[in-house]
Design a protein around this ligand. Structure first.
Ligand code: ADP
Length: 399
């Protein structure tokens, strides 16, 4: 089946056309600056050079139209007609408590996604815009919604409740939701394959370490805890997000610096994390690793704090599952940084973990990087959220 995967932001739209049977990307790209001056489409057909088309895109519908035109363009396209697209899979950020799995989109689903918008005001409305644009241009094509939060809906109450008045949960559904669910699910399933076991037999900890980063405890195939919360701000120290901290810091800094709540939230989301910790040096871990190797204290500070926080979560989730069989690293940093994996695993001696350094230096494939004989396996599993969305969409359409 040919599945078009769409990830729509407020001013951008990423897409991939995937042959879900062979897991092959036929074409991919993105539209940037939608609704802003200077909008453009970057398009790449598998095996060909990237093309950039600059054209005004006043709204998402224009962007989707350009993507569909590019996919069907004689010579550079990959399909002859739109009817070759069997279904569209949309990445949706927040499904609240309404969605514990991917669904085919109908009017009821659209309204439910809209109702979740107060939980993700920047993301859900943009995701909806993308769905509506596709529905208008491809009215006959089935569409699926694949939620970032859905995989974590199996968390037990003690993991998702915050220690605040219960009325806030009852009235506003303030609780832990967790994100990166598509990745945590895909990686945990893939790790089980690599370990030659069924997911139902394994307790896994998945460390999705990218610019945004989260850890999850996947017990016997189900997410039982995860580090992101009501929003993606909680948990690990990230590229620019603060992660866990004393909530009283918000008031303290607001007083000291004379800042509004919005300004503080902006700082916690965009100027904190390793960017903030490194004194503004960089949010990109490659720069921080270079700084660390060059002996700059800013780099060391940020990397140490980052690795420590991940290790702390691994300890917590080992306790939550009463043990652990495998620890998986994924996403930009998790897949590509032997240094950060080494720093995190240095805390795991109590689990009997030691690394096979030769394996740890490899990249780009599923790997077991713990030394032979370790009871707790450490794995690197490249994530593929688009393929996971395509597969979920395909399964829904076939069912
Ligand atoms: P997101 O999808 O959240 O934007 P990614 O999963 O693409 O993030 O990860 C981006 C992060 O991965 C960046 O901070 C980048 O520095 C880091 N990264 C990518 N390649 C490497 C590498 N070779 N060494 C260290 N860090 C890397």
């Amino acid at each position: 089946m040919k599945i078009l995967v769409i990830n729509c932001g407020s001013s951008s739209l990423k897409f991939q056309l995937i042959d879900s049977v062979h897991g092959q990307v036929l074409a991919k790209g993105l539209c940037e600056r939608i609704g802003i001056e200077g909008s453009r489409l970057v398009y790449r057909r598998e095996g060909a050079k990237e093309q950039t088309v600059k054209a005004p895109m006043t709204e998402h519908k224009t962007a989707v139209k350009m993507v569909l035109d590019a996919l069907t363009a004689p010579g550079t396209g990959v399909i002859r007609e739109l009817s070759e697209i069997d279904a569209v899979g949309h990445r949706i950020v927040h499904g609240g408590e309404k969605f514990a799995a991917s669904v085919l989109i109908d009017n009821g689903v659209l309204s439910a996604i809209e109702e979740c918008a107060s939980l993700a005001p920047l993301h859900n409305p943009a995701n909806l815009t993308g769905i509506r644009a596709c529905m208008e241009l491809m009215p006959e094509t089935p569409m699926a919604a694949v939620f970032d939060t859905a995989f974590h809906q199996t968390m037990p109450m003690e993991a998702y409740l915050y220690g605040i008045p219960y009325a806030y949960y009852e009235k506003y559904r303030v609780r832990r939701y967790g994100f990166h669910g598509t990745s945590h699910k895909y990686v945990s399933r893939q790790a089980a394959k690599v370990l030659g076991e069924r997911p139902e037999k394994l307790r896994l900890i998945v460390c999705h370490l990218g610019n945004g980063a989260s850890v999850s405890a996947v017990q016997y195939g189900k997410s039982v805890d995860t580090s992101m919360g009501l929003t993606p701000l909680e948990g690990l120290i990230m590229g620019t997000r603060a992660g866990d901290m004393d909530p009283a810091i918000v008031e303290f800094i607001a007083h000291k610096e004379g800042k509004t709540l919005d300004e503080i939230m902006e700082i916690l989301n965009r100027q904190s994390g390793v960017l903030g910790l490194s004194g503004g040096l960089s949010s990109d871990f490659r720069d921080l690793e270079d700084a660390f190797q060059a002996g700059q204290p800013e780099g060391e500070r940020a990397l140490k704090a980052f690795a420590y926080r991940v290790a702390k979560y691994i300890g917590a989730y080992t306790a939550a599952m009463n043990g652990v069989d495998g620890i998986c690293f994924t996403a930009g940093l998790g897949e590509n940084s032997p240094l950060i994996r080494r720093k995190i695993c240095a805390y795991l001696g109590y689990l009997g973990v030691s690394l096979d350094e030769e394996q740890n230096r490899k990249r780009g494939e599923d790997l077991i990087i713990s030394a032979p004989g370790c009871g707790v396996k450490v794995l690197v599993i490249p994530t593929n959220e688009e393929l996971a969305i395509a597969e979920e969409t395909c399964a829904l359409v076939q069912a």
